[in-house]
Design a protein around this ligand. Structure first.
Ligand code: FAD
Ligand SMILES: O=C[C@H](O)c1ccc(O)c(O)c1
Length: 519
């Protein structure tokens, strides 16, 4: 069987569907080929009387994510604020401390406080010299891309407290370990999300809001607008192109002909596709160097929001061994207070170990950990439990997004969204604003559509990369830094200062002694 459309889109995640919508609105016909029996890719909303609805994949949106907020509004999908009205909780070494939203975790050792301020400040300052669209052009790109984030921590941190917190910070933000990730890539990732505070905050940050009814609606509503042009159960296994056009072949032997094709699939999954002619040497190797992160999403439902009664909002940072599987949680109760729940992530190495347990065993571990952190056995009595392991998904490979080991970005990064003949690249991994997120998926999808419109002679080159206006309904408030955040010394600076003071003190003491007695 063979069919024809000017543009073939591979992948009906948010990115592929956004590309298709942009093209349809420009009156270019498309067909979208999707491997799974559903749209949405790394977003998945389960609907069930036990949970009403729950996002098992991508979920949170926040200010400065102007692409996804604009599209959601256009599709009539409303957002609600994640509950953050009470204290955050920090649990470590059998001890629970509370802290206010928006402030640093409660660390009492003054040297560790200097250390924490210094590492976050340094990540943001180093990010300032990285161009979001071309991180390989940063003045220190080669130096930083030859290091892991762990090497940077070893060189920069003076305290174990801050090294451990920074490891948790990378786990939560990019579902990878500090020893795996290129320093350049991680600095770029944080920068293109707006910095350490924007990416890690709930209010005024990446986790401020969720969609009423769940994030899968974005893809469902985009697909509905495409009126039957999305073909499910169609894994693309071969793409052939020549001067005449492009052909995509699906696993069951169907053939789709077009003039252009958009690949809206994470880089490493493109290795399931046979390309004729074969890819360039650099693109061929890029695909082998962008593994997906490692994440399981867990949601525990309770009869009551008992943590709120103890003055906690449900946001917890939990540090510990495998008996504390989840390092980061948020309240996941519905906005009307129904379905009390806490959501968390099992990440990177912990998940690689705990993936072998049964769901029931993980549930026990998670509830015991919550009970210790919250100081109540009520956490041991969930009424329902959901978990979703993205490691098992053959058409995602993991999540939230692809990660880069040292060397990959500087050697292969230029290939990421460089068109190959009639083939163009979308997917959140090719974005430059909240890449790794739903926002990046839309930015990339729409950009790839405009690349094709340019190739078709329908728009001029300067229209390809378009600045998204600020979504004024949910504006981002700039994060200001305090005088102390800007000027406190690092631990090294402080110790050097103290040594100088001590040396000066000793020298003046000696001079005085000499003046008084030795003369
Ligand atoms: C647990 C988890 C939590 C997350 N949390 C958030 C969050 O809170 N906020 C946020 O913004 N983002 C979050 N993300 C990330 C977000 O979900 C993704 O960035 C986004 O959905 C990616 O969209 P995409 O279209 O680029 O890729 P995908 O969603 O991966 O879409 C690619 C599509 O291509 C299909 N496909 C793959 N191979 C083929 C093939 N050979 N032929 C045809 N089709 C193919 C796949 O089935 C899939 O549908 C999270 C992700 C996960 C996994
Ligand atoms: O984006 C995915 C995920 O939901 C998440 C959660 C918390 C956090 O700090 C992130 O950077 C991402």
């Amino acid at each position: 069987m063979s069919s024809e459309a000017p543009v073939i889109v591979v992948g009906a995640g948010i990115s592929g569907l956004s590309a298709a919508k942009w093209l349809e609105e420009a009156e270019v016909d498309v067909v979208v080929l999707e491997a799974r029996d559903r749209v949405g890719g790394r977003t998945l909303t389960k609907r069930d009387p036990l949970v009403k609805y729950v996002d098992l994949g991508g979920s949170y949106v926040g200010p400065t994510q102007n692409y996804v907020l604009r599209v959601a509004k256009e599709l009539g999908i409303e957002t609600y604020k994640v509950y953050e009205e009470k204290d955050h909780l920090f649990y470590k070494n059998d001890s629970t401390r509370r802290f206010r939203p928006g402030s640093l975790p409660p660390i009492w050792n003054p040297l560790a406080l200097l250390d924490l301020n210094n590492i976050m400040r340094k990540i943001d300052r180093m990010g300032k010299e990285i161009p979001v669209e071309a991180p390989w052009k940063a003045p220190h790109a080669e130096e930083w891309d030859k290091m892991t984030f762990l090497q940077f921590l070893n060189d920069t941190c003076w305290t174990k407290t801050v090294k451990d917190f920074s490891k948790l910070f990378i786990n939560v933000n990019v579902t990878s370990e500090a020893y795996e990730a290129s320093l350049l890539w991680f600095l770029w990732y944080i920068k293109q999300c707006g910095g350490t505070k924007r990416i890690f905050s709930t209010t005024n940050g990446g986790q401020e809001r969720k969609f009423v009814g769940g994030s899968l609606q974005i893809s469902e509503k985009l697909a509905a607008r495409l009126k039957g042009k999305v073909v499910l159960n169609s894994p693309v296994v071969a793409i052939e192109q020549d001067s005449m056009g492009v052909v995509a072949r699906t696993l069951d032997g169907r053939e789709y002909k077009g003039s252009y094709i958009i690949l809206a699939v994470p880089p490493s999954l493109q290795m399931k596709i046979h390309f004729t002619p074969s890819l360039s040497p650099l693109r061929n190797q890029l695909l082998q160097r962008a593994p997906m992160g490692t994440v399981m999403k867990v949601i525990v439902y309770y009869k009551r929001t008992f943590w709120r009664e103890k003055g906690f909002c449900g946001s917890m940072i939990i540090q510990g061994g495998d008996d504390h599987p989840i390092p980061f949680t948020l309240d996941d109760t519905k906005p009307d207070g129904s379905y009390p729940a806490i959501i968390g992530f099992i990440l990177a190495d912990k998940l690689r170990r705990l993936t072998k347990l049964t769901g029931e065993e993980r549930k026990q571990l998670v509830c015991q950990s919550f009970a210790k952190a919250l100081g109540t056995d009520e956490a041991l009595k969930p009424v329902h439990y959901e978990e979703y392991n993205w490691m098992s998904e053959q058409y995602s490979g993991g999540g939230y997004t692809a990660m880069y080991p040292p060397g990959a970005l500087t050697m292969y990064g230029r290939e990421l969204r460089e068109p190959v003949g009639r083939m163009f690249f979308a997917g959140t991994e090719t974005a430059t604003s909240w890449s790794g997120y739903m926002n990046g998926a839309i930015q990339a999808g729409e950009r790839s559509a405009r690349e094709i419109l340019y190739s078709m002679g329908k728009i001029t080159r300067d229209k390809i990369n378009r600045e998204e206006p600020v979504f004024t309904d949910i504006p981002g408030v700039p994060f200001t830094t305090t005088f102390w955040e800007r000027n406190l010394p690092s631990v090294g600076g402080f110790l050097t200062f103290m040594s100088l003071i001590t040396a000066l003190g000793a020298a003046s003491g000696a001079a005085l002694w000499y003046h008084k007695y030795a003369k």
